[in-house]
Design a protein around this ligand. Structure first.
Ligand SMILES: [Zn+2]
Length: 339
């Protein structure tokens, strides 16, 4: 399939920036293990990746790319020489969720990770979308038998970083009216058209989870799974004090509504965290994030190479104040992940 990728001809005195003057914590990146194989770490040089990140103004990263204890131990050892630069979120492993000793295993692992200096716990979107009970039904986020995880995290004083659902377009028919048509056509498995659980169900489950566990800090990735609906995000942030959001991989969506995002960023400047969803080995996505947050440039691409990876539109900058930028770039992450 030929993808249309029109290039803007707009000439309006743009101030394209590639780096930033501010210290930045990228609190949502993926180092290693992407394909659940340790060979992945051999595909790039970690010291190169880290020096490139430093060149981009990054002073610290939070790695979310781990699935099992084996991954953790491996990543812990690999990142040991860079402990001042890399913090690790530990995985909650649901592989044995249907076993009788699941709670004991997970509790022990959580304590082990805490002792090793984990900065938080990561829960992947498969919770809600694909992890099933013995009877075939999907587990929901607010399942009673999972409550101990959120309580244990609170007891250990560590946040839960959770990816919930995906954009609502992924539940809609894959046709020319779908805003994410190109993306879904190239990745047909990303469509949830046939899934019994819908986008709204997952957001409802998330809300119950936040409500039932007020002592647990939740960082809900990708703008609380609702970057297309910042009124909803705003309502959630005002209702649940334990909710934080990151802006990873939603630049196309927040960048298409810069003034609405600016209002949200001002209203909830203590609750929004910078992150990019960078996968080591891929192109660095940071420059357009800086440009969005720091300039009022209009109509520019949300990827560094101008490819429309999520939808065929451009974005405009929201030019946040220095005080708000400092909070989003590093102060919030520093506090929440205890960096
Ligand atoms: Zn991610």
């Amino acid at each position: 399939m030929v993808m249309s990728n029109p290039i803007t001809k707009l000439n309006n005195g743009q101030t394209a920036i590639n780096s930033t003057e501010f210290p930045v914590i990228d609190a949502h990146i993926h180092l290693g293990g992407r394909y659940r194989t340790e060979q992945y770490w051999e595909k790039y040089d970690l010291s190169d990746v880290i020096s490139e990140l430093r060149n981009l103004g990054i002073c610290h990263v939070v790695n979310l790319e781990l699935f099992t204890r084996r991954h953790w131990d491996f990543a812990y050892e690999r990142t040991e020489p860079y402990r001042d630069f890399v913090s690790l979120c530990a995985p909650i492993n649901f592989d044995r969720i249907n076993d009788n000793d699941f709670e004991e295993i997970v509790r022990n692992e959580m304590r082990y990770y805490h002792n090793k200096g984990a900065c938080g716990f990561k829960v992947w979107k498969n919770l809600g979308l694909s992890i099933r009970k013995k009877n075939g039904k999907l587990y929901s986020l607010n399942e009673q038998c999972l409550k101990f995880i959120w309580e244990e995290a609170a007891a250990l004083n560590l946040p839960i970083v959770i990816h919930v659902a995906d954009p609502p377009s992924f539940w809609e028919p894959v046709n020319a009216n779908n805003q994410r048509y190109a993306e879904l056509s190239s990745n047909p498995k990303w469509s949830y058209c046939d899934l019994e659980v819908k986008y709204d169900d997952l957001l409802e489950q998330l809300e119950k989870m936040l409500q039932d566990n007020p002592k647990t800090t939740f960082v809900v990735a990708h703008m609380c799974a609702a970057a297309h609906n910042l009124d909803f995000v705003s309502k959630m942030l005002s209702t649940y004090d334990n909710l934080y959001v990151d802006i990873a991989a939603v630049l196309s969506e927040i960048g298409s509504q810069p003034s609405r995002f600016e209002r949200l960023a001002i209203d909830y400047s203590d609750r929004i965290i910078f992150g990019t969803d960078y996968f080591a080995g891929d192109e660095f996505p940071h420059a357009p994030y800086y440009r969005f947050l720091e300039t009022d440039d209009e109509d520019f691409p949300y990827t560094p190479d101008g490819r429309y990876t999520q939808g065929a539109w451009n974005i405009s900058g929201c030019k946040l104040s220095e005080a708000v930028l400092r909070k989003i770039y590093y102060e919030n992450a520093q506090r929440i992940f205890n960096i």
